[in-house]
Design a protein around this ligand. Structure first.
Ligand SMILES: Cc1cc2nc3c(=O)[nH]c(=O)nc-3n(C[C@H](O)[C@H](O)[C@H](O)COP(=O)(O)OP(=O)(O)OC[C@H]3O[C@@H](n4cnc5c(N)ncnc54)[C@H](O)[C@@H]3O)c2cc1C
Length: 306
């Protein structure tokens, strides 16, 4: 009926990408940030093991429940929980099933909507050994409107609930759920978003945010990591302006913040609208993903899509 645009899509395995991009970067793992101190011209990050780091700018890229966002904005940093049940878990099938699934599904992702208000997505995450289909890792995602009376306690295996909801689904969704091994378990994950409402105080350019900490959106339009990568590029661009003397640190970070806040606000809202549309079958064809695909909607000041 429609062919939504999916320009330049790349599949990134997050673990492999992290390994690749951290090459030659001095990453210190296992540290929990627990305090931030500002001096007149620098910022100190203090960690719970007693260690600290000092620098010119601290970028809070600590995810959707960002501690740094809370330090900057207090109660204004609290996420909103959307009224959907959300499951996501990896799964391996038998060799025979994995081969069949690989043939049935799109090479990156298959996304299905059901008139009974439900979304199911199947991703093929990785083929660690090409010749051993039993090692291939698939990933299932499902959302449906939350029923506040339903049992979603810690002990509840939500895979059973998902199986119960699969009546009437076509392939590959039907088999993707039917073939889940009986020992696979999944819990409900709170479905949270956060969008910047106003400018934040970046303390003269010494503290800012990036990625999910700055704009945490639903996954239904696949824009979270995309925007996080864009933030990184914009941040580096800002730092180059400081290095070349074109801008002061305060000016460059203010310009960076403006872009992150404007783009973040817009994408969090578009993704939220897309989430609603995935659970509103009659209106699905009018939804952002059917019009724009997963093309970024925001444009920068030069008019170029980001
Ligand atoms: C199911 C699902 C599907 C998705 N699909 C897509 C997709 O198709 N396309 C897309 O673009 N995006 C997608 N996303 C979104 C994407 O995963 C996120 O936007 C991206 O991971 C955000 O990266 P980040 O580095 O900002 O945050 P995170 O990946 O959350 O990383 C934050 C890091 O900060 C660390 N941290 C937290 N608190 C502290 C602290 N106090 N001290 C020290 N460290 C701390 C955490 O341990 C973590 O390592 C999806 C998300 C989900 C959940």
């Amino acid at each position: 009926m429609v062919q939504p645009p999916f320009p330049g899509v790349r599949r990134l395995n997050i673990q492999k990408t992290r390994m690749l991009w951290s090459r030659d970067v001095n990453v210190k793992f296992g540290k929990l940030l627990s305090n931030i101190e500002l001096t007149s011209d620098s910022v100190v990050a203090r960690f719970d093991d007693g260690s600290s780091e000092i620098g010119n700018v601290l970028v809070g890229a600590d995810g959707g429940s960002s501690w740094i966002r809370r330090w900057m904005l207090g109660d204004g940093a609290a996420s909103t929980v959307l009224p959907y049940t959300f499951l996501n878990f990896p799964v391996r099938y038998t060799a025979e099933q994995a081969l069949k699934m690989d043939k049935m599904m799109h090479p990156i992702v298959d996304v299905g909507v059901h008139p009974k208000s439900m979304y199911v997505g199947i991703f093929l995450l990785d083929k660690p050994h090409l010749d051993k289909p039993e090692t291939w890792i698939f990933y299932l995602l499902a959302t449906w409107p939350r029923d506040d009376q339903a049992d979603t306690s810690e002990n509840m295996n939500m895979v059973d609930e998902l199986r119960r909801r699969m009546d009437g689904w076509a392939e590959p969704y039907k088999s993707a759920v039917e073939w889940i091994p009986s020992d696979v378990r999944a819990k409900v994950v709170p479905f949270k978003i956060w969008a910047p409402k106003t400018d934040w105080d970046n303390h003269g350019g010494r503290v800012t945010l990036a990625g999910d900490a700055a704009h945490s959106m639903t996954f239904h339009r696949g824009q979270g990591a995309n925007n996080a990568v864009c933030d990184s590029e914009r941040f580096v661009r800002a730092m180059l302006k400081v290095k070349s003397g074109d801008m002061t640190l305060a000016e460059a970070v203010a310009e960076y913040d403006q872009d992150v806040i404007t783009r973040g606000k817009q994408e969090v809202e578009v993704s939220r609208v897309q989430t609603e549309a995935f659970h509103d079958y009659d209106n699905f064809l009018n939804s952002p993903i059917m019009k724009h695909g997963i093309k970024p909607i925001s444009e920068d000041s030069s008019g170029k899509a980001s």
